[in-house]
Write a protein that binds this ligand. Sequence first.
Ligand code: SF4
Length: 976
Amino acid sequence: MFPDSKPIHDPVAETKRLDAGNVVRTTTCYMCACRCGIKVHVRGDDVRYIEGNPNHPLNRGVICAKGSSGIMKQNSPARLTKPLRRKPGAARGDGQFDEISWEEALSMLTGRLARIRATDPKQFALFTGRDQMQALTALFARQFGTPNYAAHGGLCSVNMAAGMIYTIGGSFWEFGGPDLDRAKLFVMIGTAEDHHSNPLKIAISKFKRAGGRFISINPVRTGYSAIADEWIPIRPGSDGALLLALTHELIAGDLYDRDFVTRYTNGPDLVDDDAASNDFGLFVLNPDGDPMNPLPYYQHNRFWWDPGSDRAVDCNVARGAGVTPALTGRYALDGKPVRPAFGLLADSVREYTPEWAEGITGISATRIRALAVELGTVARQQITLPIRWTDSWGKEHDSVTGNPVAFHAMRGLAAHSNGFHTVRALAVLMSLLGTIDRPGGFRHKTPFPRHIPPNAKPPKSRDEIRPDTPITTGPLGFPASPDELAVEADGTPLRIDKGFSWEYPLAAHGLMHSVITNAWRGDPYPIDTLLIFMSNMAWNSTMNTGAVRDMLNARHADGEYRIPFLVVCDAFQSETVAFADLVLPDTTYLERHDAMSLLDRPISEFDGPCDSVRIPVVAPKGECRPFQDVLVELASRLRFPAFVRPDGERKYADYRDFVVNYEIDPGGGIGFLAGWRGKDGEKSLKGEPNPEQWERYAENDCVFHYRMPESMHYMKNWNRDYMEFSRDNGFRRRADPIIIHLYSEVLQRFRLAAQGRSAGKQPPEHLRERVEKYFTPLPYWYPPLEQAHIDAVHGDSYPLAAVTQRPMAMYHSWDSQNAWLRQIHSHNYLYVNTRTAIEQGIADGDWIKVESPWGSVRCMCRHSEAVEPKTVWTWNAIGKASGAWRLAPDADESQQGFLLNHLITDELPAREAGDEGRISNSDPITGQAGWYDVRVRIVRDPAQSAVTMPQFATLPAAPGTGAVHRVLAYFAGRRK
Ligand code: SF4
């Protein structure tokens, strides 16, 4: 209790005094990927203070430690400020550079790229990190004519996106999320702090104040889990087993939402059950029924079994007639044996009992049973909202109902080589509970839901990759059948990362983590130029870090580099910059225009589409140029059709101009930004370019939010008005409903091809067994590949699962250079369950060796009760190479910080890949990197040294970077 209520000082008066002479500018944060609105206080070119923007729909004024520390990112000594070329004779990795002019850099790059484009465009590969401009980078690659493009999704959470999208048409975070305003039970599984950070914190806070119950299922209790009402520790990679056991219990206990499953999923649809048929496992189509969508693989004219009339009926007619179809049983349709898909699901989970899951997850069968009952029981406390809406079959409803159980999940589920099926299992569980796009459950955000799968496709053949010609599809997409794979006639991958090949058929986000290894090996072919934007591929964004660094520096016998030309564009001197032949200095988020576009990853709300922008608040430092401007410049110099007029004159002065005037279909009215379109800014979503569009965003907190009528807020998959709205505004091609795929016919098509039962593209012989094994139409659990390999080869020599997660105060490798945030974490420890550590004779604070079959690191151990006993974990990306990021050579980050990546292999012996001998350590369906699958052992290290291992030679300062200060201080705008 304070003696009186008088404040010690008046913080507002203080702020006003320091703020005198400041200008306050509005933009969007990028200290992490959440895109909160911020107000930046600027004096001259100095950023003085950053606060949350109370008018912004995402964060409503809330700002986190990272967001407010943007000032120190802006002033980082690690800022690259000049284009650089590797010194003649210097080796890659030595970090020896000469300054060059932008004109030299651009001419060098234009000449090289023009030659590649005119001969073999796939020799150019563009891979980007956690950028927010994938609509532009993908367009650049498409216009260049290369299929070799992807952003960071393959090494992040593609399993989360693909597993959900292939099941319910949408996913978490930008694409959808939990309705915590109405949920009563919230289950968070496999989520660290970094995704959807501030918005989720706000929502959880409100949810808990309203009395909601929050259960966290995670190997580690940090961040969100720390405020959960209950923490259920689980072993990494076993989430799928838990979810399948819960599904088993819901079905066995009749706790699922039968009405929802019947009306809105493919559960009642009849599947060909004739094992001798080439259509085995596919849905039987009614040739006389209404397909609703004429595209192959997307038709709706299926059959239900009507127990009343004891015959098969067209599902669309039956829906209208109020038929209650059979969900289980075996029937005959014109002599063909058929079964409802739900019956196949019920059969497939019969063996997944809680007792079975207990041995895998470490969660008792009793707890699993109780959780299933709680989920099913709370789901029955149905909410009804008086909102009128019309479904896709024309039926009008007076209200919307919902089952108040909400989930949230991210990389913890996804970053395993069994993650796709795990995420499918989650989506199926959510669907059985009847929680898809209903109040209190999961809700989509525009432009989702999409068709299952979405219409974007990768290029299908070599014929689509031609000199000086844009590719017309992709480069990324969502195959619906083997014929949509990016492979040669003999099954050889078309892409350098082997995405969309038979090794990783549904690689929706590509495999960034395989690019360097494949290019080094020349498998499936060598490339000439690799452009890496904003990704630390020589350090924390790669598995097997030491070997990948060697690959970047590897040469042929004739002395030429195996990857001949490496371009790195970044704002900071990362570890990867040291390997570049050409360095392009990027701007920070406070110095450039950005568009968080509906064509890419917008910030939509449940009630309607929402996009946002960044507008520069200070001038670029030194000679920095926004990468977006560089791409527009290169595209113009290379005369990409979308960037020049027929006479060859460039169309766009820069990125700012491009965003205003570019339309995806010229004259169609859809561009990068949806707000204030039309000549005078009077149109929304669609309309002619508005020359003053940026000004309108600037006047409106950098956000455009289109609020849909309430009738479109829920049941979007089957909401006629929402579907027509989506089609009319270019979010999808047709307005047919999106039926939930409990049973995935898409996966079954791949399986039939692997079994040689379908015409068209066939897997190479050595991959048939792999495809057949993993492409099951219903989710199942198998041990992650790396874990299975280690257990099989090394027995119990490596008994602990090792995982990383991001600290709440840091994002990727950007922030351990930040003078303020470094005061929170300057190095990391390996956290070990206290009991586990004591059994090993390891005391709190001891130095230890952590070993996997692939490598060893030396670090400090901390005891923790907040970690599952068979798991160890550490913060990601705090450990640095000495001298990188312009930290002092003896900084904590390099001397006491460490990188777990050294223990993770990027390739596994190909036990399932036949004669190839190796396969990426990735999900065999999507190519998602198996970050969280490694097994390790720990031993006390008696050596007296207080330095982590491995260590690397200290990097010199790149020309143009700043001086390292012992203390970096700013007082009233004056730099000391
Ligand atoms: S949550 Fe992310 S975007 Fe929001 S303020 Fe923090 S760092 Fe910035």
